[in-house]
Design a protein around this ligand. Structure first.
Ligand SMILES: NC(=O)c1ccc[n+]([C@@H]2O[C@H](COP(=O)([O-])OP(=O)(O)OC[C@H]3O[C@@H](n4cnc5c(N)ncnc54)[C@H](OP(=O)(O)O)[C@@H]3O)[C@@H](O)[C@H]2O)c1
Length: 286
């Protein structure tokens, strides 16, 4: 199959490019496929003729979305309408990557695919528009994920490692719960999703749950980096966009649909750490 992944410079797009086998995977960067341009979307897709479009491109800067909601709405919401239109013209499938931010973050047990959405941030509102727009594609799947990271890109894992290497003391929030999910684990699950032609809505994170502080603790334990790490609360560091206090996603629908490949978040971290250490020591790909 020919797969086009939008947001080709992003961390998830890179993971898809690196992990998928047996398919023709094209990851045009924003300069070649700008989601804010309706005609460009149509032209590029009609030229490339994909069987599947994975929309991994997004305005992902959560705090900037609060002050730039119209632009975030264009990229995260309206653009998905245009992708859906082009996919319908090609009879292609649209896989829309979405987020735990569509929920209110007030739950006390993992969110099911059937739970009501109630975003509290501009980012969450715009991503919810994207989910709704994806349903305009005759063949679509919405995959919600959370807490993405890998050995590349801009993410919490690399932020922690770089800060610790600089010898900075770290205070990390210990009152938000979620599931760290490596891009490569999600990418492998997405390959199965596409090959088995799943439809509808699924939650796709690694298994288990922790806090950001718990995640940082495990990163430093697995990397054997001594770090000065202490817990703090969300209230200690007010940010423009509200963060969900609880964003664990239950993948009940994913498990019912077929092959569940998501490892525990600790197993996924080990794979990323091994890769990161090989790259750092010059014995593996950067
Ligand atoms: N990161 C997470 O923790 C997380 C959690 C839940 C869901 N998600 C979702 O997962 C998907 C992948 O996220 P990610 O972590 O890979 O994010 P990412 O690394 O920020 O990648 C997003 C990519 O989209 C690109 N982009 C921005 N505006 C664009 C435009 N107008 N046209 C085309 N591309 C554009 C960005 O380019 P620039 O770098 O040049 O801006 C970036 O390369 C997104 O849909 C995101 O909403 C992410």
């Amino acid at each position: 199959m020919r797969i086009v992944v939008t947001g080709g410079s992003g961390q998830l797009a890179r993971a898809i490019r690196e992990t998928w086998t047996g398919h023709d995977v094209l990851c045009p960067p924003e300069a070649e496929l700008d989601l804010s341009q309706r005609e460009a979307i149509r032209q590029v897709l009609l030229t490339l003729k994909p069987d599947v479009v994975i929309n991994a491109g997004a305005f992902t800067q959560v705090d900037r979305c609060e002050t730039e909601e119209p632009l975030a709405t264009l990229i995260n919401g309206t653009a998905v309408t245009w992708l859906a239109e082009a996919c319908n013209e090609l009879d292609a499938k649209l896989v829309q990557i979405s987020t735990d931010y569509v929920f209110d973050g007030q739950a006390t047990r993992p969110y099911l695919e059937t739970d009501p959405v109630a975003p509290r941030s501009a980012y969450g509102r715009t991503k919810l528009l994207g989910e709704q727009a994806a349903r305009g594609c005759n063949r679509h799947l919405v995959a919600r994920t959370a807490w993405l990271y890998d050995a590349w890109g801009k993410n919490f894992f690399l932020t922690m490692v770089n800060a610790a290497r600089q010898g900075r003391a770290l205070r990390v929030v210990a009152d938000q719960r979620g599931t760290p999910t490596s891009c490569r684990a999600l990418a492998r699950q997405l390959q199965t999703v596409v090959e088995e032609d799943w439809q509808g809505l699924v939650h796709a994170t690694c298994a288990g749950e922790t806090t950001w502080h718990g995640f940082a603790t495990e990163i430093f334990r697995q990397l054997a980096i001594p770090a000065e790490l202490s817990p703090c609360t969300t209230a200690d560091y007010p940010l423009p966009a509200p963060r969900p206090a609880y964003s664990v996603l239950d993948g009940a629908h994913r498990r019912a649909l077929g092959t569940d490949q998501m490892p525990t978040w600790e197993q996924a971290l080990t794979e990323v750490v091994d890769d990161f250490q090989r790259a750092s020591s010059g014995t593996g790909p950067a």
